[in-house]
Design a binder for this molecule. Structure first.
Ligand code: SF4
Length: 297
């Protein structure tokens, strides 16, 4: 574990985390909403620093990134925890440890479901896979901003090795930590989960900080946007038009947009997204954007 970078000490050994817009006030012995940042004796710690729940060499297109070194692979690492609570999460077993390991302490969950992989070792493995067309490291699978310190330390070393850093994220992060990390990030896929504030409230978050992350990232690195379409929740014509207009006007019409098909997972058993709905979204998007893709179809 490592002491967190963005937090402030409050009265009675409480701490206020300043990494993401949840701004959790964390009491001693407790964790924030993301589960893996814990207050120990008045200091906030990134509890799973230097550990991973999974590591794979993936095609870059799987992130999905279609316009960033197509045909290459990327060493993809993930940890535990998330700062939003999507009831249909496809990776809930690692993103929501409170549910996958009910009643188990953060220390025990980390012990049982992650392996040590210090930043130096990540870079060594990344270099070893260069003959397999590996271009760098992707921080993915769970929400990588909740492992901010690990991602940042690793990204610095990856850059020094002349390789690329990719983040696959929900974009739910505050501006100061984002700005500090962006110089090391080469590409991001940002998941815009729906284009309305009421929809984000269902996930325990807000839409505006996510849009702000994408707008800032666009000025600094390559970005692509993903939108998972869930029947009856974010699949109206207005939802698609709002998202497409924002991408076109705020990010540029050359920004790739991926519409992804939902399948039942975690707490949601609704039928998979009808393919016709994906085609409707595609049709609307293609009127204003140059690159529109459908995923999981
Ligand atoms: S990163 Fe975690 S602890 Fe910090 S504010 Fe966000 S949810 Fe809370």
């Amino acid at each position: 574990m490592k002491e967190a970078l963005f937090y402030e000490k409050k009265d009675n050994n409480n701490v206020r985390c300043r990494l993401c817009p949840q701004l959790c006030l964390v009491e001693p012995g407790e964790s924030g909403n993301c589960f893996i940042r814990k207050n120990i004796d008045g200091k906030l710690y990134a509890m799973e620093y230097g550990r991973v729940s999974s590591a794979h060499l993936d095609p870059i297109e799987k992130k999905p990134l279609y316009h960033f070194h197509p045909g290459s692979t990327i060493l993809s690492i993930g940890g535990l925890g998330c700062n939003l609570g999507c009831p249909w999460c496809q990776n809930w077993n690692i993103a929501q440890p409170k549910d996958s390991f009910p009643g188990v302490s953060v220390e025990d969950v980390i012990d049982q479901s992650t392996q040590p992989l210090p930043p130096e070792q990540v870079v060594e493995i990344a270099k070893r896979y260069i003959p397999s067309r590996n271009i760098g490291v992707a921080y993915t699978y769970n929400e990588p901003f909740t492992s901010y310190e690990y991602a940042k330390d690793t990204a610095i070393l990856v850059k020094k090795a002349g390789m690329y850093n990719v983040m696959v994220t929900n974009g739910y992060v505050l501006e100061a930590p984002l700005r500090e990390l962006l110089p090391y990030i080469d590409a991001m896929n940002i998941d815009i989960k729906g284009f309305s504030e009421p929809f984000y409230r269902k996930l325990g978050g807000h839409l505006r900080p996510v849009l702000k992350t994408a707008e800032l990232a666009k000025k600094s690195c390559h970005i692509e946007i993903t939108n998972l379409i869930i029947p009856g929740l974010n699949d109206s014509r207005e939802d698609f038009e709002g998202l497409v207009d924002w991408v076109a006007n705020s990010l540029g019409k050359d920004t790739p947009l991926h519409f992804s098909r939902y399948f039942p997972s975690y707490r949601v058993a609704t039928e998979p997204t009808p393919v016709e709905t994906l085609h409707l979204a595609e049709e609307i998007a293609k009127e204003k954007l140059d690159y529109v893709y459908l995923g999981n179809v």
